[in-house]
Design a binder for this molecule. Structure first.
Ligand code: GLN
Length: 321
């Protein structure tokens, strides 16, 4: 996994660790206070018991013991409650006004082999999603960090808090909505078939029983399953590898989103042909962890502002001709 800019995940987890230490530190401090109070109470009991013993009055010593023990127990309970309350407050503050794991950062997960939405150029990740998220992060007063990983690792990274948002030309799908929440849509796409120039495949129906290359975990792979057996579907870590397999004759066709398909075809004008308009439209949106209403609302507001003021269209115009 690559992190852009030059901030490593290790640094991110260090920040998280510090927070945990602080929170544990608060608890340790509270426990120390409790122990001090308990010791004080015990010392008082011992003193009282000695006094009572000296006075030959055992019952008052017992009363004093009971009283102090109750007081100590109450102090312990009260302190523990305070510690728990402090912990809850810390957790609520960590979730923060913005709903990101680190209140200073917005960590975006993506697979940067999906031009023009995300791709590596000059050691940095460029593309529609990178620019869009940079603008949203700026509106939220956060530093954008991009975490580049395999496409099918994104849902888990989101649910375990490794990333705050998926921005990856990511299609809204009911199956995905079970484990994550989607923002308003920002782009309409559709799957496209890529074949070699001399291929007999001309429509989606011609894909029947063919060997189809896809990017693992994508809507393209789900579409492929409508036409050919699971064993005929070859999954690759990214679209570029699927296209390489097509060029090497390992697969008969590739199914992938229309914009990356166009980018790959533009790079290989003599070998690749696109077959478009064979599949239904898909909506791209940003995904946050299920139930993260705070971040979702902030993202939707920022997105709406960008759509209204023309800055979103400017990003699209910059990357999609
Ligand atoms: N739109 C497709 C999906 O969401 C592919 C996205 C991608 O490969 N980055 O599955």
């Amino acid at each position: 996994m690559h992190i852009y800019p030059l901030t490593s995940t290790r640094e991110v987890s260090k920040v998280v660790d510090v927070k945990q230490v602080n929170r544990t530190g608060q608890t340790v401090k509270a426990m120390e206070d409790i122990m001090k109070k308990v010791l004080k109470a015990v010392a008082a009991i011992v003193t009282l018991a000695m006094m009572a013993g000296a006075a030959g009055c055992a019952s008052s010593a017992k009363d004093a013991f009971d009283k102090e023990t109750t007081a100590a127990a109450e102090t312990t309970a009260a302190a523990a409650t305070t510690a728990a309350a402090a912990d809850t407050t810390a957790a609520a503050t960590t979730a923060g006004d913005v709903g990101t794991k680190d209140p200073t950062k917005l960590v975006m997960g993506t697979n940067a082999a999906f031009p023009p939405f995300e791709y590596v150029e000059g050691g940095a990740i460029s593309g529609v999603d990178a620019d869009l998220m940079a603008a949203i992060a700026a509106k939220l007063g956060l530093t954008l960090e991009i975490s580049d990983m395999e496409f099918d690792s994104l849902p888990t990274a989101l649910s375990n808090g490794q990333i705050d948002v998926i921005a990856a030309g990511y299609t809204v799908k009911p199956d995905r909505e079970e484990t994550m929440d989607f923002s308003d849509s920002y782009y309409t796409a559709a799957q496209t078939i890529i074949v070699l120039k001399d291929s007999k495949i001309a429509t989606a129906d011609d894909l029947k029983d063919k060997v189809i290359g896809v990017q693992t975990g994508t809507t393209g792979s789900w579409n492929a399953a409508d036409y050919t057996a699971e064993t005929n579907i070859k999954g690759f870590a990214n679209g570029m590898l699927a296209v390489e397999a097509l060029k090497n004759g390992q697969v008969d066709a590739v199914i992938i989103d229309n914009n990356p398909a166009k980018s790959y075809a533009d790079e290989n004008p003599d070998t690749l042909v696109l077959i478009e308009n064979q599949f239904p439209a898909e909506d791209y949106a940003l995904a946050v962890a299920k139930g993260n209403a705070v971040l979702l609302e902030k993202i939707n507001t920022a997105l709406a502002e960008m759509k209204a003021d023309g800055s979103f269209d400017a990003i699209i115009a910059k990357y999609i001709k």
